[in-house]
Structure formats: C-alpha cells, structure tokens
Design a protein around this ligand. Structure first.
Ligand SMILES: *[C@@H]1O[C@H](CO)[C@@H](O)[C@H](O)[C@H]1NC(C)=O
Ligand SMILES: *[C@@H]1O[C@H](CO)[C@@H](O)[C@H](O)[C@H]1NC(C)=O
Ligand SMILES: *[C@@H]1O[C@H](CO)[C@@H](O)[C@H](O)[C@H]1NC(C)=O
Ligand SMILES: *[C@@H]1O[C@H](CO)[C@@H](O)[C@H](O)[C@H]1NC(C)=O
Ligand SMILES: *[C@@H]1O[C@H](CO)[C@@H](O)[C@H](O)[C@H]1NC(C)=O
Length: 410
C-alpha cells in the first residue's frame, strides 16, 4: 500500500536527521508538552480565502480579472479568530501539537503529518521501554472511552507500529471531538527511540488513505460542526532554539496576516495524499526539472527527490557522493552564501527557496535538504516536499475544493 510506503519515508527521514541533531543538542531539555492556548472556539469561515463559488471571472484571456462577489467580501472581513493550535518545533525536523484524550483530558504530543490519515498514540497497555519513556493514553482513566479492539498495523522502515482501535473524546485547541477512533499503540517502531517527547502521530490526509477506514480527526471536527470550512492551514517557524514557538495550525481557514500577497491555489492531482503538479524547478537561472508530482508532507523533514534527480541537484550544488552521511549530504556552511536561489513554479507562479531554506544548519553542521527517495515502492517518481520546502511558505489545505493554497509567509 502506498500509505505504508510513504509513512516509511516520512519517519525514515525524520530519524536520519534526528541522529545528526540530537547528538549535538542533547543537553537541551524541551518542555514535554504545553497546553494549547485557545483563541476561540468557533470561527468564521474563509478569512482571506477566495471562495470559488462566489467568484466571477471576467474579461478575456489577455485581460483576466477576478472579482469577488458581495458575499465573499463580507465573509472575508475577519469578525472572529479561527481556532489556532500552537506547534512545537523539534530541531526543525518534527512539528507537534498537543491533543487531550478522554474525559480527564490526558495531554499527548503528536507529530503533525499530512502524509497519512490515522491518529495513533502510545497505549498505557504497552510496557516496552520505548513506550514507557513517553506519555501514553490510559482508557481506564476516561469515562468517555468506548472499546473497539480491532487490530491495526502500519509498517515503517525501522519497524512496525501495531495496536488496536479505541474510541474516545479527543480535544484539539479546545474543540472537543466526540467518538474519535484512533490506534492505541502497543508496539512502537524502534525508530521512536529517536523521537523522545513524541507520543503519537496525527494524520491530516484524506480518509482514502486511512488504515482500517478510521475517520480522521479533521473529518470529525467538521461533521460535528466544530469548524465551518473544510480547510486547515499551517505556518512553520524555523527557529530551533525556540521550540515552543514552532508555528501554527489554523482550523477552518487561513489568516491573511500570516502571508504576503495572494494565495496561489493548485488542484491536487490525487486524493489521498496532498499531491500537486509542479511545472518547473530551477536553480539560479538554470531549469533542472519540469513537470513532476510532489506530495506536500509536514511529517517529512527534508525534500525527497527521485534517484535520477539527486545526482543533478548535487552536481549543481557541488556536493560529492562522499559527502553523504546516513543518506543526507553535508555541505560546508561557508559555501551557503555563494549558492543560488531555487525557484519552483506551482500553479503558474514562482516560489523561491533561499540557500538558507534548503541548506539546514544543525548547530554548525550544514546539510542539503535534498535527499533521495530510494526504497519507496510505487512512489519512485514522486517528490516529497517536507518541512524544508514548506517552511518559507504559508500553506492552506482545502478538502472541499481539493487544492493546496500557497503564499510566501510573513
Ligand atoms: C552547539 O555547539 C556548541 C559548540 O560545539 C556547544 O557549546 C553548544 O552547546 C551547542 N548548542 C546546542 C544547542 O547544543
Ligand atoms: C500560542 O501562540 C501565541 C502566538 O505566538 C501566543 O500568544 C500564545 O501565548 C501561545 N499560547 C501558548 C499556550 O503557548
Ligand atoms: C454555490 O452558490 C449557490 C447559490 O448561492 C448555492 O446554492 C450553492 O449551495 C453553493 N455551493 C457551494 C458548494 O457552496
Ligand atoms: C472499529 O473501528 C474501525 C475503524 O474506525 C471501524 O471501521 C469499525 O467499524 C469499528 N468496529 C466496532 C465494532 O466498533
Ligand atoms: C530564536 O529563538 C531564541 C530563543 O527564543 C531567540 O533568542 C532568538 O533571537 C531567535 N532567533 C531568531 C532569528 O529569531
């Protein structure tokens, strides 16, 4: 299944980087979790979002003008603030959010992941060292728990996540979703030994890729009328010294004060992942690739490119094969200032990645964000735009119109 292949990728890359980072930043103790500050419960839809339904396109091809109808103009006046969850940034590799489970509100830190659609958290029934070193969900402490027990399994490169389905109330940013199905994990992949402080995964993909058909949290937020619009948007911060200021997850729309100019929308090419067509990829003035597909995955740390592309990129960046360490390429930090911008054309608009965006600095060790997707069955021609790609932009994920909106962030 593609889901499993992609998840392999997401976690594998995350872990490679954590190996690098943690050895250098180990001394630092991150706050394990923080309570999400609730800005308000129910927001108004479409802050700054151009609603297709209310939009008329006028003029001919040479003089295209989009006018917003009265209805949209009114709706886009921000009268209320959308529910906003603060993200925690783990070393610029992983972004997490805190969910509260059950009647007593058990707080669990989950990795935000747009490349999957299941919610999974460590179970208190798991007594392995890996499970015991993190917080877990305890159904015995919840009055709203409902048993299900169906076995669930997700495969990763470094092992398998196994558990069973349970149902309970799950709260995100003060929004209480009732009867949420999730995996209570009784066996974590060994890979989790590098993910201290992370208790599970929150999949924000389409239900099509949800294992066991479990209804994703976002779908329940919507069906239980806790949000009005089937849209969420994400702003990622890149200051690893400031983990508690990792960015924001907005539910039900986007916030125009967080991006510059207009949002460019591109229809997704496949329901399941957030997969989009990319028209062009250039380094400086040289176009290196045209017309490819990319999955936008917050659960992946780096930018994953097919094997035939990594050689080209490394050659242009003057990176040699022997600069590789655990599949990532090390670059002398002194070289960063001489590198060119990368331009990616999406939805007929150019988006720029600066060298400081695509070369990551881990406390003095610089690595290229570009790595290879080897080992991904069925996904070999796909690119994966992970956090290194996402971070310079404000992204809106729209389930209704099946599109991604992208704008330079402020
Ligand atoms: C970064 O490296 C320096 C020197 O190697 C070290 O003193 C410092 O503690 C490191 N910073 C972090 C956050 O680990
Ligand atoms: C969440 O982030 C906002 C904006 O950075 C901040 O004002 C607020 O205090 C944060 N809430 C918590 C609980 O950290
Ligand atoms: C579009 O607008 C029409 C007329 O205002 C309305 O009946 C219809 O439900 C709208 N569709 C959507 C998807 O919002
Ligand atoms: C258990 O959970 C799965 C996944 O959400 C669901 O498809 C199934 O119907 C549930 N079974 C029972 C007995 O509740
Ligand atoms: C990163 O966060 C640290 C700690 O809050 C702060 O001192 C520093 O100024 C921040 N750096 C940038 C570039 O904002």
């Amino acid at each position: 299944m593609q889901t499993q292949s992609l998840k392999k990728l997401g976690l594998a890359l995350t872990l490679l980087l954590l190996l690098l980072a943690i050895s250098e930043v180990q001394a630092k103790k991150w706050r394990k979790y923080h309570k999400i500050h609730m800005r308000r419960h129910k927001g108004h839809s479409a802050l700054g979002t151009l609603k297709l339904n209310n939009t008329r396109v006028q003029g001919n091809v040479n003089n295209l003008m989009i006018t917003e109808s009265q209805a949209t103009t009114t709706a886009s006046t921000p009268t209320t603030v959308l529910p906003t969850a603060n993200l925690t940034n783990f070393y610029n590799n992983v972004y997490t959010v805190v969910l509260e489970f059950g009647s007593s509100g058990q707080p669990l830190t989950v990795l935000l992941d747009t490349g999957s659609a299941n919610l999974a958290v460590t179970s208190s029934q798991c007594q392995t060292q890996l499970c015991l070193q993190r917080s877990s969900y305890n159904s015995a402490k919840s009055k709203t728990y409902k048993q299900n027990g169906t076995a669930i399994q997700i495969d990763y490169v470094d092992g398998t996540l196994k558990g069973f389905v349970s149902r309970d109330t799950v709260e995100l940013d003060g929004l209480k979703v009732k009867n949420q199905d999730f995996a209570e994990v009784t066996s974590l992949p060994a890979a989790f030994s590098r993910l201290n402080g992370i208790d599970g995964i929150l999949g924000m993909g389409f239900i099509d890729i949800a294992i066991d058909g479990a209804v994703p949290l976002f779908y329940n937020l919507l069906s239980q009328n806790l949000i009005d619009t089937p849209v969420f948007s994400v702003y990622l911060n890149r200051n690893a010294s400031d983990p508690n200021n990792g960015g924001q997850l907005l539910l039900g729309g986007s916030d125009p004060i967080l991006y510059k100019g207009c949002i460019t929308y591109v229809p997704i090419s496949n329901t399941g992942y957030w997969q989009i067509p990319v028209a062009r990829f250039s380094l400086g003035t040289t176009t290196l690739f045209t017309k490819f597909e990319a999955i936008v995955d917050i659960g992946t740390s780096l930018i994953c490119v097919p094997s035939n592309a990594i050689g080209t990129i490394n050659q242009k960046l003057e990176i040699e094969a022997l600069d590789a360490k655990d599949g990532v390429y090390i670059v002398p930090c002194s070289k960063v200032s001489s590198l060119s911008d990368i331009t990616v054309n999406i939805g007929r608009k150019d988006f720029t990645l600066k060298p400081s965006d695509y070369i990551l600095n881990y406390n003095g060790t610089c690595i290229s964000a570009f790595t290879n997707c080897n080992g991904l069955q069925g996904l070999s021609n796909l690119w994966v735009f992970g956090d290194a790609f996402i971070a310079p932009f404000y992204l809106e994920f729209d389930f209704e119109y099946k599109r991604i909106g992208i704008a330079p962030k402020l």
